[in-house]
Design a protein around this ligand. Structure first.
Ligand code: GUN
Length: 283
C-alpha cells in the first residue's frame, strides 16, 4: 500500500480563501484583523517561524506587528509591552514565540496576555476551557492536525489514537482534541517503556518528538493515519519530520509530508484564531 499524501499547502490554501472573504466582510465594518508577534532572542528557527507568521498575515490582508527583543531583555519590558498590546484596539491577537530565554518565567508571560487575544491558546484559562471541552482558542498546531482529519474524512470515534510527545504546545492539547472527538487516546513520551507496543496499535499516530525520522515503518500499524508534527534540519540542510516518510508511506493509509504538511496548517490556524478574535471584538 502506498499512503495518501495529506497536502498541507493545498488544505491551507482552501481554508485561507474562506478567511479572505471573512476578513473582507469585517473590513467593510471597519475592522482589520491585527496580530502582534513577539520574539525574544535570536534563535534561528524561531526567527523563521516569526517571519513566516508575519508574512502570512500580510498576505491575508491582516494588520501585523513584529516586536523583537534582545536575548537579555528584562522580562518586565516584555510584560509592559504585552499590557499595551492588550489595550490596543488594532491588535486582536498576541503571540509570544516560544521558547523564551531561561531568565523568563514563560507561564507569567503567557498569563499576561489578555485571554480574548490569546490566539495561541496557551493562557491557563484557555487551556482550562479546552480541557472542559469548551475551547475559546485551540492551539494552532493541534487545531491544524484536526483539520487534516476533517478533510480526509477520518472519523475518530472509537479509534486508537497515539500521540508521541507531551508538550503544552502540541502533545497535551492534541490528546485533548482527539479525546473530545471520541478517540481512545494514549500519550507516549521519553519515559514510555514500550513505545512500539503503543504505536503498533495506533489507528491514528501523531508524532511530535523533535527527532528526525524517529518513527519507522516497523512502528506503524498497516492502514494507520500518520501525522508528522516534527520539523528537523538534517546536516545537509534539508528539512525532515519525526517520521521516516519514505518507509512509513508504504505502510500507512495516509501521511503528512515534511515540509508541506502540518507546518502550513499551523500558520493557517493562527490566521483562523486571529480572525475569530477580531470577529468577536467587532461584535
Ligand atoms: N514555538 C513552537 N511552536 C509554537 C507555537 O505554536 N506558538 C508559539 N508561540 N511558540 C511556538
Amino acid at each position: 500500500m502506498t499512503a495518501k499524501i495529506l497536502d498541507g499547502n493545498a488544505l491551507a490554501q482552501k481554508l485561507r480563501a474562506d478567511f479572505k472573504t471573512r476578513a473582507e466582510a469585517l473590513a467593510a465594518r471597519g475592522t482589520r484583523p491585527g496580530l502582534a508577534v513577539i520574539l525574544v532572542g535570536e534563535d534561528p528557527a524561531s526567527q523563521v517561524y516569526v517571519r513566516n507568521k508575519v508574512a502570512a498575515c500580510e498576505k491575508a490582508g491582516f494588520h501585523s506587528e513584529k516586536i523583537v527583543y534582545a536575548p537579555d531583555v528584562a522580562p518586565q519590558v516584555v510584560l509592559d509591552r504585552i499590557a499595551e498590546l492588550n489595550a490596543d484596539p488594532k491588535i486582536h491577537g498576541i503571540l509570544v514565540q516560544l521558547p523564551l530565554p531561561k531568565h523568563f518565567d514563560s507561564d507569567a508571560v503567557l498569563e499576561a496576555i489578555a485571554v480574548e487575544k490569546d490566539v495561541d491558546g496557551f493562557h491557563a484559562e484557555n487551556v482550562g476551557a479546552l480541557m472542559q471541552g469548551q475551547p475559546r482558542f485551540i492551539p494552532c498546531t493541534p487545531y491544524g492536525v484536526m483539520k487534516f482529519f476533517e478533510e480526509a474524512g477520518v472519523d475518530l470515534k472509537g479509534k486508537e489514537a497515539v500521540v508521541i510527545g507531551r508538550s503544552n504546545i502540541v502533545g497535551k492539547p492534541m490528546a485533548m482534541l482527539l479525546l473530545h472527538a471520541g478517540a481512545t487516546v494514549t500519550v507516549c513520551h521519553s519515559q514510555t517503556q514500550d513505545l512500539l507496543f503503543h504505536t503498533r496499535r495506533a489507528d491514528v499516530l501523531v508524532a511530535a518528538i523533535g527527532k528526525p525520522k524517529f518513527v519507522t515503518a516497523a512502528m506503524v500499524k498497516p492502514g494507520a493515519v500518520v501525522i508528522d508534527v516534527g520539523i528537523n534540519r538534517l546536516p545537509d540542510g534539508k528539512l525532515c519530520g519525526d517520521v521516516d516518510f519514505d518507509g512509513v508511506k508504504e505502510v500507512a493509509a495516509a501521511i503528512t509530508p515534511v515540509p508541506g504538511g502540518v507546518g502550513p496548517m499551523t500558520i493557517t490556524m493562527l490566521l483562523a484564531n486571529t480572525l475569530e478574535a477580531a470577529e468577536r471584538a467587532a461584535q
